[in-house]
Structure formats: C-alpha cells, structure tokens
Design a protein around this ligand. Structure first.
Ligand code: AMP
Length: 457
C-alpha cells in the first residue's frame, strides 16, 4: 500500500466507523457498515418475503459478479448521471482493464441476459436479486457507500399490463413487510428517447437567463442531463420547476395511451398512486413508465424503492431490442422504515436448551446428547468449560434459554439427568435415555427447528 493510500485510509477511518466509545484500532470505512445478527433477522425476513412473492410470479433468482467492465455501466446508466460521473468505484486490474464495483444490478442483469442467450427462453424472463451495491455517495442517514438492494427485472414483454404487475408485486412486498401503508406510490411517464430530447431542449430554453438562480450542481445538470433538474433538492430550483414546461406536453400519443393504460390497470388492481410529472429517476436508460415509493413524511429525500421501463437497455449493450421493466428497493431504508413502524420480525434464532455438565465423564455423554437433540430440532448449546454447575447456569441465563439439562457426577453414576425449567426454577430428574423425549415434551413438537434437506428449496 502506498503512502498516499495509507493517508486516504487514515482519513476515512478518522471520519468514519462507529466505535461505540471503545476506539478500537480498526473500524469500518466511512459509509459502510457491518450487519450484526439482530439486523440480519430483518435481512432474512425481507429475503423470505421477496422470494415468496417472486416465486408466486414466476421470477427466479440471479446473482451477477460484484464487478463488471466499467463500460457496462457507463453505456447504460449514462455518463452525465451522478452515479457514473461521481459515484462509481472504478479501478484498474493488473492488466489495466477498467472495472467497476456494481452501483446497481439492472445493467449487469441485461448483460447476463445477452451473454447467456436468455432470449431463447420462454418470454418474459423474470429475474430477481438480493445483492450489495457500491456508490461513492455522501454518507448520511439512509445513504451508504455499500448498500443492499432487492430488485427484479422482467425482460421480453412490452405490454403495459406488465408495468402494472411489476408495481403490484412491489406493493405486495411492501405490504408483507408491514410498511406498505407508510409509502406513497409516485408514477410518471417519461416517453421515448425522441420526446425526451425535445423536452430537454425545452427545459434548457426555459432556464436560459435564469442560471443565476441555480446552484452550481443544477447548472451542470442543465448542461449535461437537463431532466435531472426536475428532481433537484434546491429550494429555488424547486420553485422554478413548478412553472417549467411539463413533460406530458411533449409526450407522443403512443406514450400518453401507454400511460393511461397503466393507470387503468392500477385502478383495476385498487393500487393508489400519485401522478408526479417531475419524477424522472437518476439513470439514463429508463423510458415510458417510471415509479417510486416515497416515505409519506419525507418525500423525495427518502425514496425507499423505485423502478421503471428500460426498453432500450439490452440494445445499448449490443443485444437485439428487447423491452423490459424492473424495480429495486434499498434494504437499509426498508429496515429503517420497519423499525420506525415497530414491525416485529419473527425470528427462530432463540435457543431452546443449555446443557451444563460437571466432569469429563459427563462431558463425554453430553456431547452426543447435544448432537441427538439438535438432530431432533432442539436448538441446544453447552457441554463447555469446567466451571461449577452454578456458573454454567448463570451462562445459560444470559442465553435466555427456557430449559437446562444438568449432568453432574451423581447423575453420571446413576444414569440420570436433571431437566430444569429456567423460568420457574423447578427441576426433575429423569433417566438419561428419556432426556430427549422429556425435553421435546416441554418445548412442544411444533416449536422444534427441524429441517429436512430433502424438502424442496
Ligand atoms: P436506484 O438504483 O438509484 O433507483 O435506487 C433504488 C433504491 O435503492 C432507492 O430507492 C434506495 O432505497 C436505495 N438506494 C440507492 N442508493 C442508496 C445508497 N447510497 N444507500 C442506501 N440505499 C440506496
């Protein structure tokens, strides 16, 4: 590592990481975070919900590599977008090839669709992913440099009914996660490439002479990617945007009809939406339908998920023109929203049993006992250390187990074991060969954690 790299790392460490008051020598780099077991409960839950809903809709899982050739993103997301111009983690490999950590998955999935000849499969092809993504964004609440997204793409169909179905799937998932009622669906139609070009010129004309009211950032946007000015966060621009030309006045009749049809289907599906003519989304490859789910209270600053059509993307990557639509949601933001809503995640991680033993002989029979108990679905730990039974019970208490099995010198001699109810503090002695049966009786058959690897995945 060069001196410069070291300096950069030191700087990031200075700025970053949570140290919880201990000031350890190594901490996470700014903008990235560990996912500790308590939060993994949320990730597992989201994964389960998403997987279930995707399975119902015939959408299958895909994983693409963490890095791709830079060109895959540059060509599709667009050079003038924030993601490509400022936020990509781009590096050269040892042969000098430019590679980039994926800032999103849609372009990679389309690359995979072409590479693996998926156009030969039954269309449309539905693919979902749960993956980490990387953007060198300014870290703040809900904005990280490594963040997780669940998303899906449905490729090979242009029917507006598919747009409504994609939105429906996202709505169902948010409802299952217990946060559907907190999100407002925003939709818009941004037409085709041609109408976007004409509209971009109209926006430039409108802002001609008004540049002095714009921030440096917005002035650059106006030059490079005028549509993005519509989702500016600057107060003056937001006010000016209200009188700016409206996208809908520049849409082709075809796009207008398409949009009307999507809205009709959404109404048929009883999905509430807000028409938002300033919604453009940050990436260049979108066309026609775009949509986002906003936290009701925080508006555009907290988009929890979004998506849209990208009918031109496969062609941009060298494939034959193939229509497609997709959606992605940020898991960190979803989890923050779930926590705000006090959504409880049903977890199966709590242990049932702690096995405390005294002496080597006891340990030798307790080890296979733990194995047999786990095989039957009893979540157990123990048979560790040499401490007095009392000390081991104190450890069991910390693990909050409802039951303990105790095997001391007397029990080994007599071929028995003690089963202790940790809540009420009562205990019974049972013959050693009855331990499993007696423990299971107390835990309840339906609470066992049993998994048969032969079950369908
Ligand atoms: P996008 O790929 O930009 O359309 O983002 C889709 C969703 O991913 C957003 O609605 C956010 O929930 C989430 N997201 C995007 N960027 C970040 C980030 N830097 N940190 C955390 N979540 C993000």
């Amino acid at each position: 590592m060069s001196k410069e790299d070291n300096k950069e790392l030191d700087k990031d460490l200075d700025e970053g990481g949570e140290n919880e008051g201990l000031n350890p020598p190594f901490q996470t780099v700014k903008g990235v975070h560990d996912i500790l077991p308590a939060d993994h409960d949320y990730y597992t839950f989201i994964k389960k919900v998403a997987r279930h809903r995707c399975r119902q809709a015939g959408i299958k899982r895909i994983s693409t590599p963490v890095f791709e050739f830079t060109e895959v993103f540059k060509r599709t997301i667009g050079e003038a977008t924030d993601v490509v111009s400022k936020e990509m983690y781009t590096f050269e490999d040892r042969k000098g090839r430019s590679l980039t950590l994926k800032p999103e998955s849609t372009a990679s999935i389309c690359r995979a669709y072409i590479q693996h000849n998926m156009s030969l499969l039954a269309q449309p092809v539905g693919l979902y992913y749960i993956e980490p993504h990387f953007r060198y964004d300014k870290p703040q609440a809900g904005r990280y440099r490594q963040f997780w997204q669940f998303g899906f793409e449905v490729i090979g169909e242009s029917d507006p009914a598919l747009d409504a179905q994609a939105i429906l799937l996202a709505v169902r998932i948010f409802r299952d996660l217990g946060i559907g009622h907190t999100l407002k669906l925003q939709i818009n139609n941004i037409g085709d490439l041609e109408s976007r070009k004409i509209y971009s010129e109209a926006l430039k004309d409108y802002y001609y002479g008004k540049e002095r009211y714009l921030s440096e950032d917005d002035r650059i946007k106006l030059q490079k990617n005028p549509l993005r000015i519509l989702d500016s966060k600057h107060e003056d621009t937001i006010i000016l945007n209200q009188s700016a030309p409206k996208f809908k006045d520049y849409l082709s009749q075809e796009s207008i009809n398409f949009h009307e049809e999507v809205k009709e289907y959404l109404t048929d599906l009883s999905i509430e939406f807000v028409e938002n003519s300033t919604l453009v989304r940050g990436l260049d490859y979108y066309n026609q339908t775009v949509f986002e789910f906003w936290d009701e209270k925080k508006g555009v600053l907290n988009s929890v998920g979004g998506g849209g059509r990208f009918d031109g993307l496969i062609e941009m990557l060298g494939g034959t023109p193939t229509p497609a639509i997709g959606f992605a949601m940020g898991l960190e933001r979803v989890i923050a929203q779930m926590k705000r809503q006090k959504v409880r995640v049903p977890s199966k991680d709590d242990l049932h049993l702690f096995v405390a033993q005294l002496g080597k002989e006891a340990k030798k029979i307790c080890l296979p006992l733990i194995d047999r108990l786990r095989e039957k679905g009893v979540k157990s730990m123990g048979a560790l250390g040499k401490g007095a039974i009392k000390n081991q019970l104190a450890i069991a208490d910390k693990f909050k187990v409802p039951f303990c099995v105790l095997v001391g010198l007397t029990e080994v001699r007599e071929g028995t074991a003690i089963i202790r109810n940790m809540k009420v503090g009562t205990q019974v002695t049972v013959p050693f060969e009855k331990v499993e049966e007696e423990v299971i009786k107390r835990i309840g058959q339906s609470n066992l954690d049993y998994y048969d690897p032969k079950d369908p995945i």
